[in-house]
Design a protein around this ligand. Structure first.
Ligand code: FE2
Length: 305
């Protein structure tokens, strides 16, 4: 399984080779769809030529015809081969030579979101990230029901798997215009100001369903760890389902979702949260242990001196 780490930026705790090698081929072997030399490169350009920013178009972790007959090769050729490619190419042009150049894709998304006052590169960066995440949310022969901790959490936070399905499908089908629907692991924010909850536990974090317009994704809200997404842009389903968006959403959940990918992302999210909490605790201890700066005792002078 090859996954992008569903958290911001600089974390190095990804479990997959694809996170380390963005062009990792995932065994891609479609005989009818060839990569150009440019796509097969995994390294950034060493020399500063025309464009230094180099995010690569990563292929889905399966051949482009692997999701047929549910999602056709033609859809993948357009959706990945043209739409996704355009986001990556535009992003590279937009950030070339700017302060954004050199960041990870996740960092570029978060930084360019700029607290809602988005910078020009945001839409292309987020769409590039979202599509990588979307391809890896599916697998041939997917769907069905999750198991293990993921299923337990779904049942705890939504009441049942069926209720979760309803909520996810409703969120996806009611997104006005283009956008995305997500299952995310929402980190608890019980600390307020300097009042720290001394009894924090995993129970404080919960699964949530959210939907986002256009290119926005939950990374920009911080403390939301994306686990699953579905692309609700018309280009995702029009070839195979025409205007049958609800049918596309149902079939996606029933036959395409890779619950293994979602489960792995959940484990990565928990690990990331633990890292953050340990880092926050370390900083708190450092603050407490800082020596108090005492004012130097003023020298006393007497008239005899
Ligand atoms: Fe798309």
């Amino acid at each position: 399984m090859n996954l992008l780490l569903p958290s911001t930026a600089s974390s190095s705790s990804s479990l997959s080779p694809s996170a380390l090698f963005p062009c990792y081929s995932h065994g891609f072997s479609s005989s009818s769809f060839k990569f150009s030399k440019k796509e097969s490169r995994c390294t950034r350009k060493a020399k500063r030529t025309e464009i230094t920013a180099k995010f690569e178009l990563k292929p889905p972790p399966y051949p482009l015809n692997a999701l047929e007959p549910i999602m056709s090769q033609e859809t993948l050729e357009y959706h990945w081969g043209k739409h996704h490619r355009t986001y990556v190419d535009n992003l590279n042009r937009q950030i070339d030579g700017t302060d954004l150049d050199g960041n990870s894709l996740e960092d570029t998304v978060v930084i360019s979101y700029n607290k809602g006052d988005i910078l020009p590169a945001f839409n292309n960066a987020a769409q590039a990230w979202n599509h990588d995440f979307f391809w890896e949310s599916m697998k041939p022969g997917g769907g069905g029901k999750p198991s293990g901790d993921l299923l337990k959490l779904i049942e705890r936070d939504f009441g049942s798997f069926e209720k979760f399905l309803d909520e996810f499908k409703t969120a996806a089908s009611t997104q006005f215009g283009s956008g995305w629907a997500w299952l995310a692991y929402k980190e608890s924010r019980l600390d307020v100001g300097n009042a720290v909850n001394p009894l924090r536990s995993d129970e404080d974090n919960k699964l949530v369903v959210v939907k986002t317009p256009n290119a926005v994704n939950p990374l920009v809200w911080n403390y939301y760890h994306p686990l699953l997404t579905i692309d609700i842009w018309e280009h995702a389903y029009f070839i195979d389902f025409q205007n049958g968006c609800r049918n596309y959403i149902s079939v996606f959940m029933d036959k395409l979702v890779s619950w293994e990918a979602v489960s792995l992302r959940l484990e990565q999210a928990k690990a990331r949260i633990m890292e953050r909490e340990e880092e926050a605790e370390r900083k708190r201890r450092e603050e407490e242990e800082k020596p108090t700066i005492s004012k130097a005792t003023p020298e006393l002078w007497t008239q005899n001196e």
